[in-house]
Write a protein that binds this ligand. Structure first.
Ligand SMILES: [Mg+2]
Length: 229
């Protein structure tokens, strides 16, 4: 865990913090790990495929997915342009892709931490994605009981970094921005908009980030407790 420049721990600890807002993908759940696991298993089942080696094919599919930021149409187009899978397989891959969420498993360390935090804070999830997919991920990770609300772009019609999704969450709890903290792994969609509103921010990054605008940077979500007031 790092204190970012210009912020004193004592100052932060005196804040009247009431609400914790969490991103979901790659913050509370290992979305990319689950996707990669599913892709490689899916390819392995079709190891008779001619052409590229399985490892390379998997690497390319994971790269095109871009951590879930590529939509289905763009994904299909790129797989087609790069000639990775022929048409019947591409159709099958896209049809079955959503089942990668079955690979998400509860993380007992994270869930224990969340359970403890519910005793001190109100907590909600603020996430981009479809209602069906995000709700299933939450269910599979077993974290639903720890959050009173989930603010999902697929349900609301606007997505992070749109400030409305953060304002909606703050309004639901009657909190002002300085009483809330946003925790997420994406600077553009989690940290920058939350800071614009005046919230405290925690960036989850497994690699060093230069000049991060976040108040804190942690390498693992389980380090969150150590920076909370
Ligand atoms: Mg994320």
């Amino acid at each position: 865990m790092k204190w970012n420049a210009g912020l004193q721990p004592a100052t932060t600890r005196s804040i009247d913090m009431k609400l914790l807002l969490f991103d979901l993908d790659n913050t509370l759940i290992d979305r990319n790990g689950a996707f990669e696991y599913w892709v490689r298993r899916w390819l392995k089942k079709r190891s008779h495929l001619p052409g590229r080696p399985m490892q390379e094919l998997g690497d390319r599919l994971i790269m095109i997915d871009n951590g879930g930021h590529t939509d289905r149409i763009a994904f299909c187009r790129d797989v087609c342009v790069q000639q990775l899978l022929d048409r019947p397989l591409r159709t099958l891959f896209l049809k079955e892709m959503h089942t990668f969420t079955d690979s998400i498993l509860p993380d007992q360390t994270i869930n224990m931490m969340l359970r403890k935090l519910t005793q001190r804070f109100s907590m909600a999830i603020v996430s981009n994605g479809s209602q069906k997919m995000q709700r299933k991920k939450i269910y599979k990770a077993g974290i639903g009981p720890y959050f009173q609300h989930c603010f999902l772009s697929g349900e609301l019609g606007y997505a992070k970094p749109d400030l409305r999704i953060f304002k909606k969450a703050l309004a639901a709890y009657g909190c002002s921005p300085h009483q809330a903290m946003m925790i997420g792994d994406n600077l553009k969609t989690d940290i920058v908009p939350a800071r614009r509103l005046g919230m405290k921010t925690v960036l989850l990054s497994r690699t060093p980030v230069m000049n991060s605008p976040a108040d804190f940077t942690i390498e693992s979500i389980t380090q969150l407790e150590s920076i909370l007031p």
